[in-house]
Design a protein around this ligand. Sequence first.
Ligand code: NA7
Length: 528
Amino acid sequence: MPDRDVLIIGAGFSGLYQLHKLRELGFDAHVVEAGPQVGGTWYWNRYPGARCDIESIGYSYSFDPELQQEWNWTERYAAQPEILAYLEHVADKLNLRTDISFDTRVVSLDFDDPQDMWTATTDSGATITARYVVAATGCLSKPLLPEFPGLDDFAGDVYWTWDWPTDEVDFADKRVAVIGTGSSGIQTITAIAPTVGSLTVFQRTPTYAVPAQNRLIAEELAELKTHYDDFRAESRLSVGGIPCGDELPPFFDDLDDGRIRSELHMRYDDGGLCFQQSFRDLLQNEEANARAAEYVRNRIKDKVHDPAVAEKLTPRSYPIAAKRMCVDTGYYEVYNQPNVTLVDVNEQPIERITEHGIRAGGTDHEFDVIILATGFDAMTGALAAIDIRHGAQTLRDKWSDGPRTYLGLMSAGFPNLFTVTGPQSPSVLSNMVTSIETHVEWISAALSHLREHGLTRIEPDVAAEDNWVNTTNDAADMTLLKQAPSWYMGANVPGKPRAALPFVGGVGTYQQILDGIAVTGYHGFELV
Ligand code: NA7
């Protein structure tokens, strides 16, 4: 008999809810977490200015009405410490820590056929057996560590945004470099710019950032709490896992110019990622996309005083929203400070890190501090980091040309192994917490179904998986996603196969597909 019914890997938003849900259903579940405490992404990414770019009222659990009523988010977009405090509160309230092993990393998983169980080996060499494994390992949890030659020679301080020190770092009067201008980079840059001695930003691809319009939300939240369930129901059926209001009809539906301009203006000024839902077909229609992209480009031009710097900051080579957009609070304005310099690494490639700084394009820049905000091996990285085997087959080999899953939940040949927000599910194209709840609830119901019917094994059919892989690729082909060199496509990791990692069909559609599959007795899965 296995040690546990279910082994859950990871104690972030996914793993915590998965543990609670399974315990509620009477399963013997246990979590293994690499970090020293709960939080996952929100434990590790504690860099200055770290903040969620999905609104806090949606980026939170809906499963517990009492929790929903008692917790008060202070701001429209919660900062990292508040999200971590929320997850700690949830862990305490639901008494979750007793079933979590901290500071423990799963390094391999091996499936035993006759017994229908997984053996997990941890970094201490200990083993745990479980009938089922749920990988709640996160989509952006395996950091990308670009090999800048000479990094070890640097005499100053090096910080990675994904592993920031717990003690406060003082940048006063320091000469600071930041490499990377994704969400982590631009949040860090904006937060430290007021105090640094000087700041030099090394940018490879300019981002489309729209304003957050962050604010205190005490009154809004009190009002929402009178009908929170309606908001949650709407979230689950929305495109992105959080309601964005009515978008404009498809671009070609006779939209007059004034209406287009006022919609873009209204969305931009309202703030946040709902901007990308200005038109229903913004990610499908090149003309609609170009119109929204041009709007943001013009706003960048308005904000940055030096036209040459503004031009460098302006994205022109890829469609808006085809690469993860950023949400900012004064990011572009940072470049109006006299002590801030922007280096375009396409013009001045980083050649090496030296003892005193960074050599780029033949110029030596001297620094006291280098901050690396270079992103993640998204969606597949955390799974590939575990040696997952069934007989002679490894998941790494199976996915060597790109992930192959059924519904982003399981992969054929690897029975009893579920992924929460796995590749080929909406995940990173959505409010993660909505997508996490959908998966946790679906997986939990599937495990209850197996138990009720005396079954011990579930695995997708190869044909169903092939169909889903084709559906995912076909859906991505109908969009402009492939036109951007983004981590959505695996493009940021050298040697990673290019494949659409998320399912672009939207949260609501996906939820209906999952519900339909469960109702039809788990169509496409083999239950033994
Ligand atoms: P991102 O969005 O992947 O950003 C990483 C940044 O680092 C991005 O600007 C990269 O440029 C840059 N990068 C990566 N490698 C290099 C090298 N070798 N040289 C120069 N620049 C480099 O990760 P984040 O952590 O900012 O955000 C992750 C998600 O968290 C975000 O999308 C939200 O969902 C929240 P590139 O664009 O690849 O050219």
